[in-house]
Design a protein around this ligand. Structure first.
Ligand code: GLN
Length: 481
């Protein structure tokens, strides 16, 4: 049965169609694999009872019998949605998020909840209130975050796909650290209905998989307009695999983000892999052009302010009255709020709420929030201008590879710089994909990021797929799998 572990979605579908294996057997195989292997990785918070999974999934559709995990900030009806936080530890979702509903309708098996940073705030999954997620390539290292559980599980062959959420890089960064593919779609392409809000104007659900084609297959199932989300774009449902493998008739130009790829700024091995990748693209017939977008250097700082401001208002709803944990209650109402939030939220979340309220406060909002919104406009405009000249942009996903647990315990601000290459894309609302492009000297994966104009997912997939077919990085497997 070993061939199932790292099979692609297409292969699994074929095995099921040819009756080489039943959908029930596929489910049992992956549930058992998680039980056997996940104790050392820690990618899941819960694996559901098999009969309930079978009952929930349709018998017809594009993903029949294909198991996956959802990050634990995406609501699944009658399941806990904890956001890896004590405040929602026992919160059972009364409804399905749009993505869960669509996946079930397409026959996919939603087999569990993936670990993540608390309320998706972090870059290492170390802020989860429940467990740490180790990187399958080296158990002393983090899997990245905040969708670390989703990326680690896919990388270790525990599931072929998983969903994450990406507000400033949380799908792409863990995908890069774990050597898998991660797509953040255009803002509004995938419904946020049932995604627990962190920074609503930036949040997007994204797909993590081992191959570009698998990624496109899952996106095809979840993308498209949804009346439940007012920011959902009026885009109809389509097949995102449609252009894979097609020849490029025009010569396309890849813009190399020069200010993000300076030698000495990014790690030596990352720099070398990126240079090699430029060679691969040129070999495939793409033109490359170095360009500089000066405002991007303010991207992480701008993201820092806007995300905290929105987090502070979104998280005000957890007060012990309506959702999850309630502490105290016999005293004054204010005391109940205080106790609930004091005991329920972890350190990082509390810190972000404080910063968010500060940047929004009278007397400071102009200095911080209003200025950050202006810089966001500049970043957007620079991207839009750039796409008049070039077709897509390329940068590293991260300046470095997966770091050791606790590496930033004494310098949390430094950890926020992880968002440097990814957050500007959220600020501009554009789609971007991280794909494996090599390994460093410690045998840790390196990711490259391709960024496209709004709604260019088909083109991004097509180019990423061409690169993937030309290289072998997606074929390596971590030792802990
Ligand atoms: N690392 C970023 C943060 O800590 C990204 C989080 C995300 O995209 N959810 O905010």
């Amino acid at each position: 049965m070993k061939k199932l572990a790292f099979a692609t979605i297409k292969e699994l579908k074929e095995y099921i169609d040819k009756k080489e294996v039943s959908r029930e057997e596929v489910l049992s195989f992956f549930v058992k694999r998680i039980k056997d292997i996940d104790p050392k990785i820690g990618s899941t918070l819960e694996v559901f009872d098999e009969s309930s999974v079978l009952k929930n999934s349709a018998l017809k559709g594009n993903l029949v019998g294909i198991p996956g995990l959802l990050k634990d900030n995406i609501c699944q009806k009658d399941r806990i949605t904890s956001c890896a936080s004590k405040i929602l530890e026992n919160f059972v979702s009364p409804y399905d998020s749009t993505v869960s509903a669509r996946l079930k309708k397409d026959g996919a098996f939603l087999i569990g909840r993936a670990n993540c940073d608390e309320f998706a705030m972090g870059s290492s999954t170390e802020t989860s209130a429940f467990k740490k997620t180790a990187n399958p390539w080296n158990l002393d290292r983090v899997a990245g975050g905040s969708s670390g559980g989703s990326a680690a599980a896919v990388s270790a062959g525990l599931v072929p796909w998983a969903l994450g959420s990406d507000t400033g890089g949380s799908v792409r960064q863990p995908a890069a650290f774990c050597g898998v593919v991660g797509l953040k779609p255009t803002y509004g392409l995938v419904s946020r209905y049932g995604l627990v809000a962190y920074a609503s104007s930036l949040d997007q659900i994204g797909v993590i998989s081992r191959t570009v084609e698998d990624n496109a297959l899952v996106l095809s199932s979840i993308a498209g307009h949804d009346t439940h989300d007012s920011t959902s774009l009026s885009v109809s449902i389509k097949d995102y695999t449609q252009d894979l493998g097609k020849k490029f008739s025009d010569k396309l130009t890849i813009g190399i983000l020069e200010n993000e790829m300076e030698e000495g700024v990014i790690g030596d091995d990352v720099y070398k892999s990126l240079q090699d990748s430029i060679g691969v693209f040129e070999g495939l017939g793409f033109a490359t052009k170095r360009i500089c977008l000066p405002s991007l250097r303010y991207g992480a700082a701008t993201y820092f302010i806007l995300s905290r401001a929105e987090a502070a208002s979104n998280l005000a709803r957890y007060d012990g009255v309506r959702y999850g944990l309630r502490k105290g209650g016999n005293e004054q109402l204010k005391e109940m709020y205080r106790k609930t939030r004091h005991d329920g939220f972890g350190q990082e979340v509390k810190c972000r709420i404080l910063v968010g309220n500060y940047v929004l406060s009278v007397g400071h909002a102009g200095e911080f929030y209003a200025n950050a919104k202006k810089v966001q406009q500049l970043i957007r405009r620079e991207f839009q201008e750039a796409f008049k000249d070039i077709d897509i942009l390329m940068s590293p996903t991260q300046a470095m590879t997966a770091f050791k647990f606790g590496a930033y315990d004494d310098n949390k601000l430094q950890l926020d710089l992880c968002d440097e290459y990814t957050a500007p894309v959220n600020l501009a609302g554009m789609p971007a994909i991280s794909i494996p492009c090599g390994f460093d000297k410690n045998k840790l994966p390196i990711g490259l990021q391709l960024i496209g104009p709004h709604l260019s997912e088909c083109l991004l997939y097509r180019i990423a797929h061409a690169y993937e077919q030309e290289t072998k990085w997606h074929q390596y497997r971590p030792s802990n799998s």
